[in-house]
Design a protein around this ligand. Structure first.
Ligand code: F6R
Length: 598
């Protein structure tokens, strides 16, 4: 979703802002722009499309200066075109602003400003903010900003430059992330932590209800009523692995990183897991969106098998806010790669305000969800740049599996302990199985090419395999734009079987020995209606071989660990399908890496 990058130093900052925006491309966007202060006036360049279009426009302009702010926009109010792209200038051109979030009362503010003669050049909610700053300006930009934000309803992360203030970027934050950093006479403002991690050693992740300004050597922080606050710096965990290397796409690179990432995730779990979270608990609720929800579904199923005395649920964050789980005796486990997903963050805030106990599973340190939660397991997957989540998902599964086994140990009777201990040992060896499963890439690539014109793909599984089917199906839709659905295999005959006809592709995940015969029955049903079947399975079984058109063999692991491994061929299948269909794999249409609006 929208990205902000700003920079203030002693020399021209436009190049640095452009590089910052190029990094933020992974968040998903449809236009971009940069404003800079030079010789007492603000100039800007903005363009529809990728930052490559902005680069060409910057070349033909002479935009330079400091401070400078830039933005990548993911359209909400108004079409993705040049006029709706950020930054926006105030009516008198003395202020420029970039905004992430949604202003709910913008129409009434627009009406108010219009009655004072302000004119608007865009359809956005954001443009009212910069004009409101101009309206309130009376020689003090900070005061004008404070008066402005008090009148905004909705969510915002703002960066503002002013022709009256030569070496300052002003900022304000409510319900949308904003991070600050200083390095050697340069001040930075960025909408996410990864965007700053290569530039600064320490950063300040802003809390809601704060505003202020950053200059080359200093940060001044206030609440919305301008009472001073002390900035809290946290050390940045460096990720040296941010370049694409020899890969064509980050997604493919990130799949190769899965074994190492999972081993880091397990280390991080064992270094920091607070076993006391289970005290007084009889219910666990996993919460997340998309891929993170699928990780929660796996965990729910594992716990139901391993600790039947616990009450377990997995809820979509967007639905969770309408549900009413009792707080007493419940541990809430929000799962999020970015730590900024608005629906999950709202759920966390709701739980927090009712006094609930939270253990977050998150990949980004200092993210909003991490800061709002009592306890955290960091998945330590490293920065994930492709919009489609892969390595972060495998890491979520690894730490959630360790968590479920620990819960089972805490809640189960003694006779289960040997089984749990042996599964824990096998979990530590899972990175080596992951290295093996990635080597199915050549076969998966051939299959993806063969079926690259499929109109529709059905993913089937039972039990844990159904959760993997859901994730495989989501990944395919997301990056290759092929219609796809996941079904618990037994459900198919209750309606969806009507869609199975000659040549329809079915991908079946079959890893649970006890469910093999039932899966074979389902495969026979689709086969007899003309489906083509790809089975992802560790089993060599005559009936399975006879029914399947292709088998992607995966290494055998104990049943409860299979999701971490069996999802990999489905990730690769989505990747190669998108490749053969000529899709923009790392930046799929309409999607954003971090979904910061509800
Ligand atoms: C799919 C994908 C999304 C995210 C979802 C939640 O590949 O990446 O479905 O999983 O938007 O994001 P996080 O995990 O950042 O909360």
């Amino acid at each position: 979703m929208c990205g902000i990058f700003g920079c203030v130093g002693s020399s021209d900052c436009v190049g640095e802002v452009f590089n910052g925006l190029s990094f933020l491309e992974y968040r998903g966007y449809d236009s971009s722009g940069i404003a800079a202060l030079s010789s007492d006036s603000i100039h800007l360049v903005k363009k529809k499309g990728r930052v490559a279009a902005l680069r060409s426009a910057l070349f033909s302009s002479s935009l330079s200066g400091s401070p400078s702010i830039g933005h990548t926009r993911w359209a909400t109010h108004g079409a993705p075109d040049d006029s709706n792209a950020h930054p926006f200038l105030s009516d008198d051109s003395s202020f420029a602003l970039v905004h992430n979030g949604v202003i709910e009362n913008y129409l009434e503010l627009k009406k108010f400003l219009s009655s004072y003669g302000f004119s608007f050049s865009s359809e956005t909610d954001s443009e009212v903010i910069v004009n409101l700053i101009q309206y309130f300006y009376n020689g003090d930009t900070l005061l004008a900003l404070s008066e402005t934000v008090k009148r905004l309803k909705g969510s915002f992360a703002l960066a503002v430059i002013s022709s009256y203030d030569k070496d300052k970027i002003f900022f304000a934050k409510k319900d949308n992330p904003l991070v600050l950093g200083l390095n050697n006479g340069v001040g930075y403002v960025c909408s996410d932590y990864p965007g700053l991690s290569s530039r600064v050693d320490k950063c300040v992740a802003l809390d809601d209800g704060t505003l202020g300004f950053i200059s080359p050597y200093d940060i001044a922080l206030f609440d919305f009523s301008l009472s001073p606050l002390q900035p809290v710096f946290t050390h940045v965990i460096k990720d040296d692995n941010l370049s694409i290397g020899h890969y064509e796409h980050f997604m493919r690179k990130e799949i190769d990183e899965i074994p190492e990432a999972v081993s880091r995730a397990l280390n991080s779990y064992y270094m920091s897991f607070p076993a006391s979270v289970f005290d007084g608990i009889n219910r666990i609720v996993f919460i997340g969106c998309g891929t993170a929800l699928h990780a929660g579904l796996v965990a729910k199923r594992l716990l139901r098998e391993l600790s039947p005395s616990l009450d377990c649920y997995a809820e979509s964050s967007g639905e969770f806010v309408f549900s009413d789980f009792p707080v007493n005796g419940t541990l809430f486990v929000p799962v999020s790669q970015s730590g900024e997903t608005a629906d999950t963050l709202s759920a966390v805030k709701k739980i927090k305000s009712s006094g609930g106990k939270i253990l977050a599973v998150c990949n980004v340190p200092s993210s909003s969800i991490v800061r709002e939660s009592d306890n955290v397991i960091l998945t330590s997957a490293g920065t994930e740049i492709a919009v489609a989540s892969t390595k972060a998902y495998n890491c979520q599964l690894a730490v959630l599996t360790a968590f479920c086994l620990d819960a089972a140990k805490y809640f189960s009777s003694d006779e289960n302990i040997p089984f749990i201990d042996s599964a824990l040992c096998e979990l530590l060896a899972i990175p080596s199985k992951l290295k093996v499963v990635i080597s199915c890439e050549n076969l998966v690539s051939l299959l993806a090419e063969k079926y690259s014109s499929a109109q529709s793909v059905f993913y089937l599984g039972r039990g844990l395999d159904f959760c993997v089917a859901c994730e495989g199906s989501l990944k395919l839709k997301e990056i290759s734009y092929v219609h796809s659905e996941a079904y618990p295999a037994g459900e198919l005959k209750h309606g969806t079987l009507a869609l199975i006809e000659n040549g329809v592709l079915v991908i079946a995940v079959i890893t649970q020995r006890l469910l093999l015969d039932k899966m074979i029955t389902c495969l026979a049903e689709v086969k007899s209606r003309g489906a083509k079947i790809i089975a992802v399975s560790p089993f060599s079984d005559d009936k399975l071989s006879a029914l399947s058109d292709h088998i992607v063999a995966i290494p055998a692991v104990c049943d409860i660990l299979t999701p971490i491994v069996s999802v990999v061929p489905t990730q690769l299948f989505a990747y190669f399908s998108a490749l053969y269909r000529g899709c923009d794999i790392d930046k799929p249409r309409n999607l954003a890496k971090s979904v910061t609006v509800e």
